[in-house]
Design a protein around this ligand. Structure first.
Ligand code: AGP
Length: 610
């Protein structure tokens, strides 16, 4: 996924564009670039550089940009073409009179590129994006809006684009299908951006462009139309997002800040979702009768959100007795979908912009299924395309590795399952009340865990040099093992595999020797003894064990080389508690290894391309 910003107004464009990019860097940071239409006229001025945005700033110190009041900028997560200067955006036509920034994938770019080359166009990059600017150039007959309108008709795939032209220095054109793009409405100035943090310092008035819409921005106003050119009456939303929430506030990394925010996030969710001991699912979009009519639930998600869905399955089946399937979105969307009006699809996504999850729900809805999304970004594409949305209100999650969003998603599954239990008559009311009582204690238990993280910091030193990790869990903590492994691998680059502990003897045990670290999630539960057996099997083969155990467990320390304890809680709530030490262990090891914790290599915060 990439970050796009654009500006047209009375101020100097460059600082606004660069500041906006920096607030979008979590979306992709392979390379970046900026294009302005010089106030003094002449062709476009473009600067672009491989690496983080600071590399672009260093370049512009040596090769300054001219004064300008309109421009576009981009920070890239490479899809087509290596992360290097020539593949960076903006891309321009050869006489540098038109430039484009793009987020998405043009599926038919090879065909378009071949046709344009036959017409004599020269391509300088390996990107799909470059076909867009040459197409616009091909159709340009003096009106940049018309040229964009015609060019996008030829494009297949997902795109959010910003376009400027030196022939029309007062106009910034934007268009989207499948990738997010917002328009910021200012006083005598207007903006485009991939996401709110880029423009929030300048305006809280935004238009969430819909698919197949074009926006034409000038200093004194904005017009929106369909791709066919039909004017659209747009709605201006007021954004409540708080910028300081997207700052580190003294923490060394966003990830550490977001780990520490989890008690407050859950306390806030308890306030929002529990009224007088009863769950409320404002935003669900389904009546109790409609919920009662649901005979099967299918959860679709990617990555960490998928792991939350796996925990959700245990919770819903245990509390409400409704069968649940869980699929990664990229598989769900290509399967023969057995969904009908009695199927509820629950899409889980922090960003609400994950391409595969969006595609999955579109398929499901086309087959008649109802879709409810558990989402963290207000107004995201997923939220707007679902029948109902349960916002997690976890605040902006900037660290690429998902932490507070994950535990907020888990929490939402508990609340949703309690509601289903009420409607479907699952778990006895008394048992539900006990679970709610234990749920209310979680923020305090989180604070207790966070106070004891120092022990994990020193433990991480013993394990930072290991070349491979195995994470084992059973039952409701099998997904915790998957999530713990994902956290470690994505920020420390150490190969780590999550496994159902019962599967150890079916293969993975071959990995065990004195060079292997095994994290065993073994809180007090019905499968505790089984976990102890797994730990013994590992130790007998000289494996090194880090056990996540329940406070007061006297047995485990005679088995595991290192023990991290979590407070005692309801057996169904242990994934909520186990998540924190697993997150912090990954964080501490990655920091020890000098990794870029917030912006790990090759990753982006949300994968808005397939
Ligand atoms: C999690 O740490 C990763 N950053 C990644 O797996 C993420 O969970 C996945 O890409 C899904 O993102 P979403 O929740 O925004 O859909």
């Amino acid at each position: 996924m990439c970050g796009i910003t654009g500006y047209v107004g009375g101020k100097e464009a460059l600082p606004i564009l660069i500041e906006g990019l920096k607030n979008l860097e979590y979306r992709g940071y392979d390379s970046s670039g900026v294009c302005v239409v010089p106030a003094a006229g002449g062709t476009l001025e473009i600067r672009k550089e491989q690496g983080k945005i600071r590399c672009l700033e260093e370049l512009m110190l040596k090769d300054p940009m001219p004064k300008a009041h309109i421009g576009i900028a981009h920070t890239r997560w490479a899809t087509h073409g290596a992360p290097c200067r020539k593949n960076s955006h903006p891309h321009s036509n050869l006489d540098q009179t038109i430039a484009v920034v793009h987020n998405g994938i043009i599926e038919n770019y090879q065909t378009l590129k071949a046709a344009l080359i036959r017409k004599g166009y020269k391509f300088l990059s390996e990107t799909d994006t470059e076909v867009i600017v040459h197409l616009i150039s091909e159709y340009f007959e003096g009106d940049i809006v018309q040229a964009v309108q015609r060019a996008i008709q030829d494009l297949e795939g997902a795109f959010a684009i910003g376009v400027v032209s030196s022939d029309d220095p007062a106009t910034l054109v934007a268009a989207r299908v499948g990738s997010p793009l917002i328009v910021g409405i200012g006083k005598g100035e207007n903006f485009i951006a991939s996401d709110v943090p880029a423009i929030i310092r300048h305006t809280r008035k935004v238009i969430y462009l819909k698919d197949k819409e074009i926006a034409v921005l000038r200093r004194d106003g904005v017009e929106v139309m369909t791709f066919a050119g039909k004017k659209v009456k747009y709605k201006i939303d007021h954004v409540t997002f708080q910028m300081e929430a997207a700052q580190k506030q003294g923490y060394p990394h966003f990830m550490l800040k977001e780990i520490h925010e989890q008690p407050d996030v859950l306390a806030k969710m308890l306030k929002l979702r529990l009224k007088a001991g009863r769950v409320t699912l404002e935003g669900l979009g389904l009546s109790d009768a409609a919920l009662k009519n649901i005979s099967r639930i299918k959860v679709v998600a990617c990555g960490t959100a998928y792991h939350a869905g796996l925990v959700g399955r245990y919770i819903i089946e245990e509390l409400a007795g409704v069968p649940v399937d869980v699929d990664v979105s990229s598989e769900f969307r290509y399967r023969t979908l057995l969904v009908d009006k009695k199927t509820l699809v629950v899409a889980v996504s922090q960003s609400g912009e994950t391409a595969d999850t969006l595609a999955a729900i579109r398929e499901a809805r086309a087959k008649g299924a109802k879709v409810v999304s558990i989402c963290n970004v207000i107004g995201s594409s997923l939220a707007r395309e679902s029948d109902g949305v349960l916002y997690t209100h976890a605040g902006p999650e900037i660290g690429v590795a998902s932490t507070k969003a994950y535990t907020a998603q888990l929490f939402m599954f508990y609340i949703f399952a309690l509601k289903l239990a009420e409607v479907h008559g699952g778990l006895a009311p008394k048992a539900c009340l006990q679970l709610i009582k234990d749920l209310v204690e979680i923020p305090a238990l989180y604070r207790k865990i966070l106070k004891g993280l120092g022990k994990i910091t020193s433990m991480a030193k013993d394990f930072s040099h290991f070349g491979c990790f195995l994470y084992l869990g059973r039952n409701i903590n099998y997904p915790s093992a998957l999530e713990g492994a994902l956290k470690l691998k994505e920020i420390s680059y150490i190969p780590a595999e999550g496994y159902a502990a019962g599967e150890m003897k079916h293969g993975p045990i071959a990995l065990i020797d004195e060079y292997r670290a095994v994290v065993c999630i073994a809180p007090q539960s019905d499968v505790y003894e089984k976990m102890i057996s797994n730990i013994q099997e590992i130790l007998s083969r000289k494996g090194k064990v880090i056990a996540i155990a329940t406070e007061g467990d006297q047995v485990i320390s005679s088995h595991a080389t290192h023990v991290i304890t979590i407070p005692r809680t309801h057996k169904l709530l242990t994934p909520l508690l186990a998540a924190l030490p697993l997150q912090f262990l990954a964080y501490a090891i990655a920091v020890n290894r000098g990794c870029d914790v917030d912006q790990p290599r090759n990753l982006a915060k949300s994968v808005t391309v397939e």
